[in-house]
Design a protein around this ligand. Sequence first.
Ligand SMILES: Cc1cc2nc3c(=O)[nH]c(=O)nc-3n(C[C@H](O)[C@H](O)[C@H](O)COP(=O)(O)OP(=O)(O)OC[C@H]3O[C@@H](n4cnc5c(N)ncnc54)[C@H](O)[C@@H]3O)c2cc1C
Length: 482
Amino acid sequence: MSKTTLVWLQRELRLSHLPALQKAIAESSQVAVVYFHDPKRVIGEANTAWLSHSLANLRRQLYARGADLFIFSGDFPEQFSLALSEIKPQQVYYSFQVGQPFTEMQDLALNLCQEHKVALQPFYSEFWFDPGQLLNQQHRPYVVFTPFYKAAIGKIDTLEPLQESVVSCDDDWAKLRWRERLPAHYFQLPPSLSELQDKPWVKKIMQYWQVGETAAWERLRSFADHQLNGYADERDFPALDATSRLAPHLHFGEISSRMLHFELLSLQQTHPKLNAQTWLRQLLWREFARHLLWFFPYTETAPFQEKFAGLSWQNEDSVLHQWQTGQTGIPIIDAGMRELWETGFMHNRLRMLVASLLTKDLGQSWLLGQEWFAKTLVDADPANNTMGWQWVAGCGVDAAPYYRLFNPLRQSEKFDPQGTYIRKWVPELRNLSCKAIHAPWLYPQECALKGITLGRTYPFPMVDLMRSRHSHMARVQELKHA
Ligand SMILES: Cc1cc2nc3c(=O)[nH]c(=O)nc-3n(C[C@H](O)[C@H](O)[C@H](O)COP(=O)(O)OP(=O)(O)OC[C@H]3O[C@@H](n4cnc5c(N)ncnc54)[C@H](O)[C@@H]3O)c2cc1C
């Protein structure tokens, strides 16, 4: 019997290790691989820029094999209904994603499939462990990372690898060929995506990245060859090229997160002394973030710990603007914010520091920071971004306690001792000594000698860090006694 399956891609933009596509090909005579782009349901501009390149890449990969990628663009419910009418599938397969805009679209898809009497099946290949598989002794979700991590490590031997090749022969590729049967516009990148690629800011950030499945695997191999062994010691130093930078590839599913575990296993067989534990732990932070958003979807817009909902924020546009544009007058913070604006990425240590400054010293809501990251990060990810901001703000699960503020000056001296990272991103300070570069306002003579006029060529710090610590503590104490 001839059967048509629609494979709805959301974030698994790859052709290997893809169970939804593999099963669809095995059981169907025709398979339509579809992406729905709703310009009103996107994460942010940098992330959408990556998306447009990644879709173009995937489309090329498929086309080269005689297969097609449908791209329906416009209002999601309308386009989804249109796809069901045009393609006439008996079933829709997709891999489940947490967070917005995905969960809303998944709910809408469920209703539409019911209306059209089409079966809808989710796959959980974006997770290492199906949601609900890792629960504590009370059968409740873990809300602290370390026990979650131990439970995951305890079950890691039960993890199933995903099959690499989802297509076994040319006849399989032929099942994905539609081009002569439907109008050409279904197979092209819509203008809202292709025109984005020409925007100057998008062009600027994208020059730092290679997009797509092949690039993701190359990145992994290069990281494994050159950086993985030193990762535990070097990952906190932003001037070093010591982390994998796989985050955007992982977000878009250009490489399977679960398969990274199996890659590490095979690497350890050939290099028994390889130290991969710390990196594996970071991958499990990612998994933890996904489980949290699955169980507590409200945390994308509200604090996990309800008592923090009453915390008053001083939200001021001018303060936010100084922070966003890297003009706080605190060099390490400005370096992080400028790296983000220039490249669409920021080192993890800096993400923690800039988030702590914004929420705790400057008293601006974590939601404003989360929103800016969502707009500007190529790896903007609902689960990781939400967990990261709530963790730093102190209102999330397993959070950095409210009384712990990162001191950006001590952090700068510790993790950028020579000021190399600051010199790169805040070039107006590059001639300062290793001492003065962390806090130029404490070295007025040296600044004058090096031609730096505070308040003119570089700002004075926008906040007195001692005072802001006290006012943060006072705000939180108020909350405790409210
Ligand atoms: C305020 C804040 C916001 C953040 N927003 C995002 C975001 O939108 N998207 C995002 O992918 N990460 C986010 N992170 C987590 C982390 O900063 C990035 O994943 C990491 O910097 C990416 O660099 P990398 O790929 O070189 O990571 P590596 O150090 O090589 O780690 C490998 C992978 O592990 C995962 N990972 C590492 N650290 C974390 C972490 N703390 N939490 C969850 N997963 C982690 C990522 O997928 C990463 O690609 C945020 C962290 C903070 C503090």
